[in-house]
Design a protein. Sequence first.
Length: 113
Amino acid sequence: MQVDARQVRIRAGRKLLVSSWLLLVIPLIAYLTAYVKELRILNQLIVLTGAFICTPFLMHLLELIVGVPFADMSNRWDDLKGWQRGVIGIAGCGILITIVILVMGTLLPLIVP
């Protein structure tokens, strides 16, 4: 069954809008709990939970960029040659590590008392 890339991107865009509110709400909650003394214990839990809750956003973003349903990406990945997977994997890891460093640099002052 052939899936139209345009339709996948439209669906992913709609889902991305729904899941993107988490990117605003979780840091806001973490910021507010940093200043409320009674909720300071929950600050680390909220940040860690927020990292897992943002997974749907990343999944829909990947669908939007690639234009392939998330379930079909595994088959397409397996069809690539070994050197292609290596180049894409190393580049992807470099981008993810950079993003993690930037996010932790932003959130770490909120977590550490």
